[in-house]
Design a protein around this ligand. Structure first.
Ligand code: FAD
Length: 525
């Protein structure tokens, strides 16, 4: 079977097992495993693969307690192992407890007609059915705590938050939130039941589920959640000050040489605003650093650069110095009959001629919403995303802004220019290849300015999902699905127990968030 017919790829957030990796992965493992044995020619398996991928994404952060995997029995090299595990029908679902012996063949469960929520609850049950001796190493206790254990914690200082999650006995949300927080340090979630009357009395809890939060400094109180949904609770706890996603980056990060950024003062900012200082710094970096790697602009490169400058000159919101600079640059590029322009000529124009005319970009990089907790994190790529989100929203607000530029013939002109810019100039080549694949596969579906905004938002979230916990993840700004419930509660909903976006509300939010009226000039020149 060729790669094209495989149902799962390395990009899916699950483990693809084969004959040589099945046993070493699941036996003596510190976590439990849920494995789907499928066949890539079986119609039901093909149909079911979308559910399995949603599940894998939904419980990606539980992997240190219980992992999700697949094994394709239609591949010749796997015939023996599927026979050995007695797989007669596809798909067959098995789970393996943590620390199971190499001879263990797993427990089969009925799965193919189950939705994501039902399997997720099964996963909680599987975890809870481990004995103390075989308990998955990183899995917290999922048993409810009693008031006798919890109340003495009130008023005590600690090095972490304790979230007391109070819920009805048959609710799974508390245990799901605990597992969602497995990869985060700085907060512990303890479950308590609504039947524990002394606890309800002492904490004045009247509705369920609820979180009562004990702060490290000994203070405590209710944690307000706009909606009583798993995603909201998990997201609120993950974004408490000082709570960080544990990642190998915290230990193994080979940081950029510490430089100027180290000594720079922290700039306070508001996450619900966009900062012109970030947009200006993006252009500063792009023109003075990224472009400098190309000593001569000619052919396709020159065309891509011209289109980028034209787009920004027409759509950059708020007028001012930046627009004047980009307009001048654009006029200059378009008026030159040359087929090749040395980069130095662009730089001279940006640096000297503009300054004489009183039009210039900031002399230095000044990240605000894109500040990283360490040099080498966030900064330029963050600001480039931000710039393009702003441009998609501005194009939606003023669709005729591109008239007579030649760019208006495209249904998604901002995405097209971004695609070519990223492919040609963006320093991270692998990022460019990923982005190119995504655009090539999806751009034809974009038919309107609103869809263009949503496409870029969705693609950015896919990148966030892929990068969560990776080396580029700033522990102070962990990659998460965006906007968080605290930025936009109405963007989030639940359908059949699975988080879904309300796309109308997301679009409404993006139109406001990245609009000219939400740009803050603070820290800008
Ligand atoms: P960023 O992801 O850069 O986000 C910047 C800001 O945008 C956030 O602070 C938030 O305010 C807002 N935001 C977040 N999500 C969304 C959304 N869905 N919609 C709208 N706004 C949002 N790095 C890699 O390691 N591998 C890659 O393959 C890769 N591909 C990339 C492709 C492109 C086109 C770009 C521009 C960057 C890519 N990067 C990649 C870099 C990576 O995506 C981040 O930009 C970088 O790690 C910095 O992350 P950050 O935490 O500052 O947030």
């Amino acid at each position: 079977l060729g790669g094209a017919s495989r149902l799962y790829t390395e990009d899916d957030p699950l483990v693809i097992l084969g004959s040589s990796s099945l046993k070493p992965t699941i036996s003596n493992s510190s976590s439990a495993w849920l494995v789907q044995f499928y066949s890539s020619w079986c119609g039901h398996c093909i149909h079911y693969s979308s559910t399995w991928k949603v599940l894998a994404q939904d419980v990606k952060d539980w992997q240190e307690a219980i992992g999700v995997a697949v094994l394709d029995c239609a591949q010749e090299e796997n015939f023996d192992v599927c026979r050995d595990y007695n797989i007669q029908f596809y798909p067959t679902f098995k789970y393996f407890r943590a620390h199971s012996s190499p001879g263990e063949k797993g427990t089969t469960y009925r799965g193919a007609d189950r939705g994501v929520q039902s399997i997720r609850q099964l996963m909680v049950n599987i975890l809870q059915n481990h004995t103390r001796l075989e308990w998955p190493q990183r899995c917290p206790s999922l048993q409810p705590y009693s008031s006798a254990k919890l109340l003495p914690l009130l008023g005590q200082k600690s090095d972490h938050y304790t979230a007391i999650f109070v819920e009805e006995p048959d609710s799974y949300v508390g245990r799901e939130v605990m597992l969602d927080l497995l990869l985060y340090s700085g907060v512990q979630v303890k479950r308590a039941l609504s039947s524990d009357l002394p606890l309800l009395d002492a904490l004045k809890i009247t509705s369920f589920p609820s979180i009562y939060l004990l702060h490290p400094n000994g203070t405590h109180g209710h944690l307000y959640s706009e909606k009583k949904l798993r995603f909201f609770f998990s997201s609120l706890l993950r974004t408490l000050p000082g709570v960080q996603r544990r990642s190998s980056s915290a230990v193994a990060h080979v940081g950029a040489p510490s430089g100027k950024q180290d000594s720079e003062p922290w700039r306070d900012f508001n996450r619900s605003q966009v900062y012109t200082a970030d947009l200006e710094s993006a252009l500063h970096y792009l023109l003075r650093v990224e472009l400098a790697a190309h000593s001569m602009l000619e052919g396709e490169k020159l065309k891509v650069f011209k289109n980028f400058v034209t787009l920004v000159s027409k759509l950059y919101p708020g007028g001012g110095s930046v627009v004047k600079l980009m307009e001048t640059l654009s006029d200059w590029l378009l008026s030159l009959p040359l087929q090749r322009i040395p980069y130095q000529a662009v730089l001279d124009l940006v640096n000297n001629k503009m300054r004489i005319a009183g039009v210039f970009l900031g002399e230095e990089l000044r990240w605000v919403g894109c500040q990283g907790s360490r040099p080498g994190l966030r900064g330029y790529p963050c600001s480039l995303w931000t710039l393009f989100h702003v441009l998609t929203v501005q194009y939606d607000a003023v669709p005729n802004a591109l008239e007579n530029t030649g760019l208006e013939v495209e249904a998604a002109p901002v995405l097209q220019v971004m695609r070519h810019y990223i492919r040609t100039f963006f320093g991270c080549q692998e990022c460019g290849q990923h982005f190119e694949q995504a655009v090539a596969a999806g751009i034809h579906e974009v038919k309107s300015p609103g869809e263009q905004i949503l496409w870029l938002w969705n693609q950015h979230n896919r990148v966030n999902a892929r990068l969560a916990g990776s080396l580029s993840d700033d522990p102070l700004f962990p990659k998460a699905q965006w906007p968080s419930p605290s930025l936009c509660a109405s963007c989030h909903e639940e359908k059949n127990g699975v988080h879904v976006w309300n796309l109308d509300n997301v679009l409404h939010f993006l139109r406001h968030h990245y609009s000219a009226s939400n740009l803050s000039p603070k820290y800008s020149l």
